[in-house]
Design a protein around this ligand. Structure first.
Ligand SMILES: [Zn+2]
Length: 404
């Protein structure tokens, strides 16, 4: 830009303009981050190393032990010293005087969220967010071998494949895709300060052609108060089912519901009124439907277990957890993590025993005709169609790049 001004320069006035321009270029821009003007301070950027603690870091930057004690105590609810993770970046702002006193410690929880400890006078701690912008994108892809691979071929984030398999988990078996299956997506990406990629906000609209049949999915706000969003098809039918197919993402069914099986620990024949999902120790266990936790406890047989009541008809239970993550009375949504896989109680190896009650009787969920998710309320149907119509047009306009 400067170059253009130089070539156009041919009188005094323009020369003065250049001088002004040059001065503007040379003056350091005001850099604001975390709510501070960084230009006013010495800025130290580092990452948490093994053996570091919040107190130790302050100590190496010249804060005296009494003050450290006071600070750590005062902010422990906001910046839990035990939650500081090795490898996370942090920033220290220091006064530009001879004492070089630290005035703020900023811990970066993730790309978006950060925790500020203002070390001045009364000491203050709070968590805040970087400004995030959302950019809409449109893409298409043709399956050659797997969804993940075609997402990669398009240069897209693997998060998109993950999101798509979530949306279509009830309607398309992504392990059985066929060569030539294809998809179009309209989705939103998050950027920090307009430049740093920070993942996917949501897939707004999608159509997946599986064996030439189109499967539409539109993300629609069903509960503006709770911010609930779900996916529905072109006829406003929910894509979701009332129950997830399994309480785990990755598993092997090691034992099915059966009226009579040889118990591996008790060494005798008895009914197995559950489905066993074997998975690695610590794998997250999900509630298969919305509901309320009615038990979160331990018994010698069940080990750590959680029981969830979904409505007057259905209740589920999850046994042998290494860890329980919910309390009695807590409301959970479908897919919420309620515990971790373990082998507590009567278990030979890490697995979840998933138990399912219908009207108070233990049944095999695989043999049930399970309900679909709740449909959109009648009064929202017109606005649903109004929202999806332009999205459908947008999908229509996306082209497929045919392989050469
Ligand atoms: Zn079992």
């Amino acid at each position: 830009m400067l170059m253009m001004v130089f070539t156009a320069c041919n009188n005094q006035e323009e020369k003065r303009e250049i001088a002004d321009n040059v001065k503007k270029v040379e003056a350091p821009p005001v850099i604001e981050e975390f709510g501070y003007v960084l230009n006013d301070y010495d800025v130290v950027r580092d990452t948490i190393r093994s053996g570091d603690s919040f107190g130790l870091i302050l100590g190496t930057h010249g804060v005296n032990p009494n003050r450290i004690f006071e600070i750590v105590n005062k902010v422990k609810d906001t910046l839990n010293p035990r939650r500081i993770i090795v490898g996370k970046p942090y920033v220290i702002l220091k006064e530009r005087d001879s004492a070089n006193t630290p005035i703020a410690f900023i811990y970066e929880n993730d790309l978006i969220n950060y925790t500020v400890v203002d070390l001045r006078d009364s000491i203050d701690a709070y968590t805040s967010k970087r400004p995030v912008t959302v950019t809409k994108k449109a893409v298409s892809g043709i399956i050659n071998s797997s969804l993940t691979e075609s997402i990669q071929d398009e240069g897209l984030s693997p998060l998109i494949a993950h999101e798509m398999s979530n949306i279509y988990q009830w309607s398309i078996d992504f392990f059985r895709l066929q060569k030539g299956d294809r998809f179009k997506l309209v989705y939103n990406e998050r950027y920090i300060n307009d430049s740093i990629y920070a993942g996917i906000e949501n897939i707004e609209a999608a159509v997946f052609y599986h064996q030439d049949k189109p499967y539409y999915a539109f993300n629609f706000m069903v509960d503006s108060i709770a911010g609930g969003r779900d996916y529905y098809d072109e006829k406003a039918r929910p894509l979701q089912s009332f129950f997830l197919k399994a309480p785990l993402d990755f598993f092997r069914i090691s034992s099915r519901f059966s009226p009579n099986r040889f118990h591996p620990v008790q060494k005798r024949w008895k009914a197995h009124k559950g489905t066993d999902y074997a998975a690695a120790h610590g794998t997250p266990i999900k509630s298969t439907a919305n509901g309320v936790v009615i038990a979160s406890s331990y018994t010698a047989g069940n080990g750590n277990y959680v029981k969830i009541k979904h409505n007057d008809t259905y209740t589920t239970q999850y046994l042998h957890m290494s860890q329980r993550l919910v309390k009695v009375g807590q409301r959970v949504k479908q897919g919420d993590i309620i515990g971790k896989v373990g082998s507590t109680g009567l278990a030979t190896g890490p697995h979840v025993c998933y138990r399912f009650w219908k009207n108070g009787v233990q049944v095999d969920p695989f043999r049930q005709n399970l309900p679909s998710a709740e449909p959109i309320e009648e009064k929202y149907i017109p606005s649903y169609f109004a929202v999806i119509e332009p999205l459908k047009d947008e999908l229509e306009r996306i082209d497929f790049k045919e392989p050469i």
